[in-house]
Design a protein. Structure first.
Length: 229
């Protein structure tokens, strides 16, 4: 799988490079001068960066780690890869579902016309569409030891809560919401949206975990205590 992992890393890196070199998204004055052209305000970028980190870690694991189905003492790089996967899968599905769901309802809620004018279609799909087939192929075709639900969900929810804190910090310091649809909500609706998003994230995490155990069944103990598949 080294070639596949490396291909995804190169594709994602090119998307990020092209975006940083050529795409100028109009943003409020207080935000546009932030690092990386202020892309860090968008959950899309957090997700895309996490996908790239995951596949980069997978490349390292291909070279210096192990892709065995259930190694007794997996090296650190393998353990890190498997934990990052659980969050990368969850975030990819969430970003895909939320972005395209809102886009189908009203594209101006998530991708206003002034941004569509400067954002190439292939960049848009690279960040919002290809993330799902890439991570699903990874789930179906490679081996991993899924982290315990406590560990995996803790990491995933930490990312979630950090981003929620971040967008509220930006609102209170810059006076603007990152996404247009948040402007249309009152505070009770925003709180409900954030809580619902967290629940959806948990459900996506459990979905990934369950698919993993379907395609990679746990070893069970036989009557005499020996392991069997």
């Amino acid at each position: 799988m080294l070639l596949y992992h490396l291909s995804v890393v190169l594709f994602n890196s090119y998307v990020i490079w092209y975006d940083q070199q050529y795409v100028e998204i109009p943003l409020p004055d207080g935000i546009k001068n932030m690092s990386f052209k202020a892309r860090g305000i968008f959950l899309t970028f957090w997700c895309f960066a996490l996908q790239t980190i995951y596949f980069g870690t997978a490349v390292l694991n291909d070279i210096i780690g192990t892709n065995a189905k259930a190694p007794k003492n997996p090296p650190l790089i393998r353990r890190v890869k498997d934990i990052v996967f659980s969050s990368a899968f969850t975030l990819a599905l969430y970003v895909f579902a939320t972005f395209w769901g809102l886009y189908l309802i009203d594209e101006d809620l998530i991708l206003p016309a002034h941004i569509q004018e400067v954002l190439p279609n292939w960049i848009n799909h690279g960040m919002h569409t290809t993330i799902v087939p890439f991570i699903i192929l990874e789930l179906l075709l490679t081996n991993r030891n899924y982290p315990t639900r406590k560990v995996g969900l803790s990491v995933t929810l930490l990312i979630n809560f950090t981003y929620v804190f971040w967008i509220h910090y930006l609102y209170f310091t810059q006076g603007t919401w990152v996404y247009p649809f948040l402007d249309l909500m009152n505070w009770p609706t925003r709180i409900l949206f954030c809580c619902t998003s967290s629940i959806i994230g948990v459900l996506f995490y459990i979905l990934g975990e369950n698919i993993h155990y379907i395609v990679t069944p746990k070893k069970k103990l036989s009557v005499n205590g020996s392991k069997r598949d």
